[in-house]
Design a binder for this molecule. Sequence first.
Ligand code: MCA
Ligand code: AMP
Length: 518
Amino acid sequence: MIIMIYEMNTPLTTIDALRRAVAHAPKRPFLIFDGRSFSYEDIAAIAARWAARLRSAGVERGDRVALFLENSPAFVTAYLGAHLIGAIVVLVNTLYRQTELRHILTDSEAKVVLVADQAHADLVRQADAPGAVIFASDVALEGAGKAPDWTLAPAPGDLALIGYTSGTTGRSKGAMLTHANLMANSAAVTRAWRWTEHDRLLLTLPLFHIHGLGVGLNGTLYAASTVDLRRGFDAADVLDTLARGETTMFFGVPTMYTRLIAEARRRRAAGTPVRIEGMRLFVSGSAPLSPQTFAEFEDLLGHRILERYGMTETVMNLTNPYDGERRPGTVGMPFPGQEARIVDVRTRQPLPDGEIGEIQVRGPNVFVGYWRNPQATAEAFDADGWFNTGDLGWRSADGYFTITGRARELIISGGYNIYPREVEEVLLEHPAVAEAAVVGLPDAEFGEQVVAVVVPATPATDGLEQELIDWCRARLASYKKPRRVVFVSSLPRNALGKVQKHALRRQLQQAQPERTSQ
Ligand code: MCA
Ligand code: AMP
């Protein structure tokens, strides 16, 4: 019955989705957090309080509301509360420090920044960011609630989100996603993965990135299902939860799967092997899942992980099939209603199957451009509306895409993106650094690790490695800090003076083959 009504009334905004779920399943749990359950009706009422709180702070339709928050009921309800009044949510990784915060909050001109505690409020203040700080505790989670005023709700073409990404120039760009983009994605994902109102998703990914928010939370809302949200990832806790039989889906990055495998092995060796009940789908994305991890997970836990491929600008692009062959090492085919192709990197002409080129995608999921950056937007699309992903790959004759590398300089560590230029700029600010180049080297746990190659200003480098690591850690998100610093007398450059990163990476790997992170 509900399904029939849903089909007649497809949501085009997050608020349509919320309204639909409240109308048809008001008491169903939407969010489970720290042992508390919030129904759709509860979440709508708290979101309504957030809408009123934001309006009292002067937030109007189209204003930016930055969420500098960990996973919590406040995140979910402030997100929907901002949307209830047509405001645009800006996502801010809680590990971000001075450099990233100043750029994102200034560039987006966030009118308000939501924080959980004084420490985060201080960070915002130290970043000289504009906008008022509001504490998450300002809006009560308890107490009787009124239904939202739906009259200020956004239109499908309105901006819903700005996600900062792709800092090839050292400064990240704000990818603008409309409500229609988000809901087209949720429609595609829920259909492809057979996501229904009976599902319960265990979500340990951060909501401040598109994987957690655009796939996990929005999909839950679209399907009117349930999300069991955690503050973060803990392998032992995940396996204990999955053994209880209430969870049906888990989404993660490859590092989470390698940690689950290690924990499952530990338990098997201790004579208490893991038994998983009720699960129907494990999904991996954000970074390449190795065929070895795929095979080990199947061997230990009896599930074939479904690998998919996405980006902040597009949410989800390609997926292995739910039914049919999940082919390790590949990211499958376009989601329903979307297109993908491979083009020659130089001529931009489509390539035949089997040849490596840049992946382009097109569809209602693809973002509308970079915030206040028409030049970057123009460069991202071709004349026919294909979006240049900057990822390299090929397509098999039977339609499976394989990602082979990246056309842009990007390090992916544990599913977090790190742009070498941003770390290089921070290193160059240190007086002891004359030149710096940052590269990604293979890492057993995180996939890739950040390594800095530095030409020192003077020959004295005693204690400088740790000093530079600490220098970066104080100014950038901690996962961007170099794991090691290698000192050299000069950097390999081509005739135009550009640092040859491939040569550098090769040299470093020859000097010291794969090293795991500490
Ligand atoms: C944490 N640390 C890391 C990483 N994570 N270092 C390198 N790479 C990482 N990924 C460092 C911290 O900076 C800290 O350093 C120390 O490890 C402990 O931090 P903690 O928070 O305890 O780490 P953790 O909980 O073990 O985190 C590992 C994690 C996490 C669970 C794998 O990185 C994670 O949740 N990754 C997923 C990110 C994600 O959602 N990506 C999606 C973006 P120190 O000791 O110096 O303090 S891509 C996307 O959205 C698109 C659409 C897509 O396709 O999905
Ligand atoms: P972000 O810009 O943070 O949204 O990260 C998107 C990038 O993550 C993509 O452009 C890819 O380089 C990478 N990515 C996402 N999913 C996968 C996957 N399954 N395999 C390989 N790379 C992936």
